[in-house]
Design a protein around this ligand. Structure first.
Ligand SMILES: Cc1cc2nc3c(=O)[nH]c(=O)nc-3n(C[C@H](O)[C@H](O)[C@H](O)COP(=O)(O)O)c2cc1C
Length: 330
């Protein structure tokens, strides 16, 4: 009997394949479908720090009350934001009563300030965990790498002081010493780390001569980044690791589990094939396990990580020269 269950953030999941935060996780109907097709958990579409901050900007509100000048604030904007926060908390409540799988809320943030009070409201609404999608593009010439890294630690500290539910950090790979940052963040008391987020990136349309959005959905080759880093960090971190980016099918999920991921998150594949594709991915995983003689995920998770593999150097190799000279005589 094949058992896909696994542990993530101290919770029991019926499958390591989970729905990543995206437009597919912003309504109860979609979340019910996600559960129906066997996902182990769902990460809700993120609410943005900017949506929260103004609502919590006490200075602005107090100023408006003091002066009695309602026009001091763009009230319409504040009301919309207020409704958004209410809707987000309602989504958590509704999702929790509609499905049995863990519901992980998500906040997209880039500061450790006022918005963090909202984290406790997320907890009160019943979220099982809180994923923080943190990213600051390291483009400020006046900031050192250390300044940027410090922010991540401050965010974790502030949010952890507000909630008891597991906190998960979803990060990018834009760090000068990625291994050290992953390791140090993993020992801050967070429950998990997601490697890696994937961002909106600009492209240039050469016909229209303007800047456009580049590939919104990931390509399967992008799996290489989380694969390498999860394999290298397995056994060196103090929290769970969840893989994100390039998980295009069941096979890629298997690779990441072999590398050491506790869970594997899927977004682009759902946009390409629909929510029912989660069911196909689970079946691929089940078939592979049966074929290889594994009854449970824990039997093979991490088997091909750097600390278990016979030739750990393959994960450190970065140059292609030998590959091309072997293959093509260059
Ligand atoms: C249309 C779209 C919307 C997304 N929205 C969010 C979001 O609100 N919060 C978040 O943390 N990640 C968001 N993501 C990123 C995904 O959760 C995921 O990390 C990324 O797409 C890489 O995974 P994939 O290769 O399976 O797409 C979004 C991705 C897509 C394609």
């Amino acid at each position: 009997m094949i058992d896909l269950s696994c542990k993530y953030l101290g919770m029991s999941l019926k499958s390591p394949i989970i729905a990543a935060s995206s437009g597919f996780t912003d309504s109860v109907q979609k979340i019910e479908q996600i559960e129906k097709y066997g996902a182990g958990a769902v990460v809700l579409k993120s609410i943005f720090e900017e949506e929260i901050t103004l609502e919590y900007d006490k200075t602005l509100r107090e100023e408006a009350e003091k002066t009695g000048r309602e026009e001091f604030l763009d009230y319409l904007d504040v009301r919309i934001r207020h409704e958004n926060l209410g809707k987000y908390l309602q989504l958590i409540r509704d999702a929790k009563s509609a499905v049995g799988i863990p519901v992980i809320a998500s906040v997209n943030c880039r500061s450790a300030f006022e918005w963090t009070s909202f984290a406790s409201e997320i907890e009160k609404a019943g979220a099982d965990a809180l994923e923080l999608n943190v990213f600051v593009l390291p483009s400020n010439l006046n900031h050192s790498a250390g300044d940027t890294e410090k922010l991540y630690f401050e965010i974790v500290k502030n949010v952890k002081s507000k909630v008891k539910i597991p906190v998960v950090l979803k990060i990018s790979f834009y760090f000068s010493n990625l291994a050290q940052v992953i390791r140090d963040l993993s020992f801050t008391g967070i429950g998990g780390i997601v490697l890696f987020n994937r961002f909106y990136s600009p492209d240039i349309d050469i016909d229209r001569m303007e800047v456009s959005a580049s590939h919104v959905l990931s390509a399967s080759g992008e799996l290489a980044m989380p694969l390498r880093w999860i394999a290298m960090m397995n056994g060196r971190v103090g929290c769970d690791m969840s893989a994100s980016t390039g998980v295009s099918d069941g096979k890629s999920a298997i690779k990441l589990l072999l590398a050491g991921a506790n869970t594997v998150q899927v977004a682009s594949a759902l946009y390409r094939h629909g929510i029912s594709y989660l069911g196909i991915m689970q079946q691929e995983l089940r078939d592979w396990m049966e074929n290889k003689g594994f009854d449970s995920v824990e039997q093979f998770r991490g088997l091909l990580s750097q600390n278990k593999y016979d030739n750990p150097g393959v994960f450190e190799r970065v140059q292609f020269m030998k590959y091309f000279s072997d293959k093509e005589g260059i």
